[in-house]
Design a protein around this ligand. Structure first.
Ligand SMILES: [Mn+2]
Length: 449
């Protein structure tokens, strides 16, 4: 491949240097570029050659382009110019135009982003300097919140007098517990006595308005990607609703301030970003893609895999056994009632397994848990809407709803009781089958009707 550089001034030399190619392969054309003739024997253009034009005045630029267009070069022609390229694009459709302003703009944007990130990290460090930091995770800790809290914890080492990560809710998913255990992320359950008079309180992946604490906690630092709500008085806040994860914001902080990222931090951030964006298939911005690329090569993939595989508690096997023994399969519909159980999430695991069976396009897995009956619905989504079905069948008895492929209903046993002979598991299962059969006819075979 050979490159010919056409135009005027020192820019041609700069471009040649930027290409990093040897002089015989990147040739600055010294003669008049508006009159230059390409052709054998010594200036023959081959299809993988490149002609680069750098010219910033319209009249000489047009002269060069007309000359090139007449010769119908086999090589690609690229033009760097500040002349507005829109009309030129129409007149010379075979040439590639790059507005020089765009190059500067992208470069400046990147520099500005970096400078802003640097300044933000400096502000966070200034707020926590010499004070104890308490990061509070709202609700049940999820990977993005855990990763972000951990990244903040690491980012202020040496600045904050101490740093504690706490969570309000419970660990409901085994993957999330696995993430904390495998990455050895220090976390404690929130309690009000963790907050002292001089404690700096932070929240990540949430905003003060999410907490229902009657203003008992005053948040100093808020870093989040949910839609912006009233933050109240804070000392530092950074809310970016266009970002797919808070982990992305922390990745940018690390990139900007140059603090080396420990592998456990990048692994946590990578997993947080991955989960929040559904493997970059939901709510993705350019920043998320850039962060993903940055983190991927710094991530311990075996750790991520171990975390991802830790989805099923061992006790699940017993419920799978029950589900397989009690299944009712009517054509494309699979139904299973698991009895009375403490953790209704078991229905989710079984339903997600059953929907994978060939020929099955509807799954309903239900159980009784305390004073409720929980039904988890799955469909293949093809001309089906699990959410609508759940609403139609169960809304009269409690809450119900969901998407095309996934839905859930929580029925209050007290509202069911008048329709049951007695509130036993057998009666509940019968009642569910009858109710489902009104819409999913193939289940009628199991109702005795
Ligand atoms: Mn998030």
């Amino acid at each position: 491949m050979k490159i010919y550089l056409l135009g005027r001034g020192h820019r041609l030399e700069q471009i040649r240097n930027a290409l990093g190619m040897s002089r015989p392969n990147a040739v600055v054309v010294e003669s008049d570029p508006a009159a230059i003739q390409f052709g054998p024997p010594d200036r023959e253009l081959l299809p993988d050659d490149l002609v680069i034009v750098a010219e910033f005045e319209e009249i000489p630029l047009r002269a060069i382009l007309d000359n090139l267009a007449r010769q119908k070069p086999a090589a690609r022609v690229m033009i760097f110019t500040s002349v507005p390229s829109r009309p030129l694009l129409k007149e010379y459709p075979d040439f590639l135009f790059r507005d020089e302003g765009l190059i500067y703009r992208n470069e400046l944007r990147e520099l500005q982003r970096r400078a802003a990130g640097q300044q933000k990290v400096a502000s966070i460090r200034a707020v926590v300097r010499g004070k104890p930091l308490l990061t509070v995770i709202w609700g049940n800790p999820d990977p993005d919140a855990i990763a972000s809290a951990y990244a903040l914890h690491e980012l202020v080492q040496g600045d904050a007098a101490s740093s504690t990560i706490s969570y309000m809710g419970e660990f409901t998913r085994p993957e999330n517990s696995a993430m904390v255990n495998i990455l050895k992320i220090p976390m404690v359950k929130f309690s009000p006595d963790l907050v002292r008079a001089d404690t700096i309180v932070a929240t990540v992946d949430a905003q003060p308005s999410f907490f229902n604490l009657d203003g008992r906690l005053r948040f100093d630092v808020v870093i989040d990607h949910h839609p912006l709500s009233d933050l109240g008085p804070t000392r530092f806040s950074d809310v970016r609703p266009t970002y797919g994860s808070t982990s992305t914001i922390f990745t940018e902080y690390y990139q900007a301030c140059g603090t080396p990222m420990h592998k456990k931090v990048s692994t946590a951030l990578f997993y947080g970003l991955k989960v929040d964006t559904g493997n970059l298939t939901r709510n993705v911005s350019d920043a998320d893609v850039a962060a993903f690329r940055y983190l991927r090569v710094r991530t311990d993939e075996n750790m991520v895999r171990t975390i991802e595989l830790s989805q099923l508690p061992l006790e699940t096997l017993d419920y799978f056994a029950t589900a397989i023994a009690n299944k009712k399969i009517g054509r494309e519909v699979a139904f299973a009632y698991l009895g009375t159980i403490a953790n209704p999430d078991m229905c989710v695991h079984v339903a997600d397994f059953f929907i994978k069976l060939t020929g099955i396009s509807w799954v309903i897995v239900a159980c009784r848990s305390r004073d409720r009956v929980i039904a988890v619905l799955r469909s293949d989504g093809f001309r089906k809407h699990a959410g609508h079905l759940a609403e139609a069948l169960f809304l009269d008895y409690g809450s119900a709803g969901g998407h095309r492929t996934m839905a859930r209903a929580e029925l209050e046993l007290s509202r069911l009781v008048s329709e049951l002979r007695e509130p036993t598991d057998v009666a509940i299962e019968e009642w569910l089958l009858k109710r489902l059969a009104t819409r999913l006819r193939s289940l009628a075979a199991f109702t005795g009707a």
